[in-house]
Design a protein around this ligand. Sequence first.
Ligand code: FDA
Length: 582
Amino acid sequence: LGTVVTTDVVVVGSGPAGATAALLLSSLGIDNIMITKYRWTANTPRAHITNQRAMEVFRDLGIEEQVNADATEHALVGDTVFCTSIAGEEIGRIRTWGTRPDREADYRLASPCLTVDIPQTYLEPILVRNAAQRGTQTRFSTEYLSHTQDADGVTVTVLDRVTGEQYAIRARYLIGADGARSKVAADIDLPYEGAMDIAGSMNITFKADISARVAHRPSVLYWVIQPGSNVGGIGAGLVRMVRPWNEWLIVWGYDIAEPAPVVDEAAAIQIVRNLLGMPDLEVEITGTSLWGNNEMYATHLQRGRVFCAGDAVHRHPPSNGLGSNTSVQDAYNLVWKLAAVLRGYADPALLETYSAERAPVAERIVKRANKSSREFVDIFAALGVLEAKDEAAMAAAIEERKANTPAGEAKRAALVRAMELKNYEFNAHGVELGQFYTSTAIVPDGSTPPESRDADLYYVMSTVPGSRLPHAWVGDSMHRLAMMDLAPYTQWTLITGVAGERWESAAEKVARDLGMPLTAVVIGPGRAVTDLYYDWAKLREVDEGGALLVRPDKHIAWRSMGLPEDPAGALHAALTAILGRS
Ligand code: FDA
């Protein structure tokens, strides 16, 4: 190993987790090198649903407009259809991703951003481009081979796949964002629960303009119930929009216990025509691949100076659209902590909170996604097709839902219930936004987060320490800002009201004493920002003179219900505990 290059952080992987980590590091001015095995980013559309929480990360990074420019807009993502084929009978629809008016209100009230659809082939180049522009050294065709760590840093051995040469990168920290078959995670022997390859799926990408069949019921997902569509796979056959309405991806299952199917062009065309119900359709097949469904999560995400993020620590089917989103959010949780330690204002103990905070999220989303995938069986059961021996029997069972008979009526009632259940996959706002952290980087105040009437479906805003900063619109007569805009990733933010103005000087003093980026924002008439709609006053839960300490990742680290006698002392005590300096 002749050459040794040095940096602060090595990121392995340029997927959603790795590229976001690199972009965040560069945005904070932390030296980093991102290596990735292949010559470019994802070569298939893969993950696409981009939820509010991930969009907020992109907003914070100043790339929200770039993402929106390449995304299919919110209004087109959610008239999700269940059918016997795209041209066949429609069994029903469900409005998804917060597009039903009552749920849209929940989503709009909770965030300045809305769910959009952007395939990984479009998202990753945006992340990588911005990371590189802001300072990341990107090394494509560069494979992680191994690493060793010592008291001061990590030495990573990599292979330049173009020249065949190996070299070493010496860094303070290593992030393994190298996907579901993570070598970094294996090398640090992370503990996992669950199993890999529990069902078989195939992806078929193709081009065909089918606007006439879908544009009037615009959606990202069209679920197909046909013979074989509950074997393996992700619950049912799926025709997924990649670009409206002429680029598509089919997910079709197979029995993982059987030999892997051969999906040549003829087989792929047949599957496409079957799911579309268009036997003569001209299609251009652009790719096929087989993949295994996983139900596995790491229960610890770090060893010493090495951290894993993304699919490396949570492996699950695309149900609920959580893969890429959670990967982006892992990076968002980890990077500011690395920066705080590298800048010297936090003790390395802070880094352990990454695992404490994100491992429970990994478990939750892996279980939710797999449960959602399994819950499709209720639709098959409601239709009575599980026992159907052949295509004709299946068609007859589906037909029976039209009958004016007791059996038909029972079938219709069962369908209502089965469709309702799919809200847990497609409108799981509580899963998407309700990530509550418990760790030493949060100072509890004895209160507990408000109960949700259903924690998976409904997200409840709160300022209980550990919660995500609630959203409200604030600003002045010229500007409208989201609450999150007041607390950019580059700093810690103390939010108070007019009666809490003394927090301003307290924050200045504590920032100076602790050598950290910390700014107070006073919300109120005539101040930096005004509570335009009087919403913030109802959301903040603390008195006007109280304060919320917001971490760079927009979680509340500590709150003071009122104005104490010594605000600087109180703030100092809280921060030294959070940063591991007490
Ligand atoms: P991701 O897998 O995206 O990235 C891993 C990165 O690590 C890559 O850049 C790779 O080059 C790099 N890497 C791996 N080993 C390396 C090594 N030794 N050295 C250097 N670099 C290395 N999700 C969904 O919601 N809907 C979908 O339809 C699909 N479809 C889909 C298809 C296929 C084929 C795959 C592989 C995955 C999906 N997914 C998906 C899952 C989704 O893509 C996934 O959740 C996210 O991409 C996870 O992002 P990560 O950044 O963690 O890993």
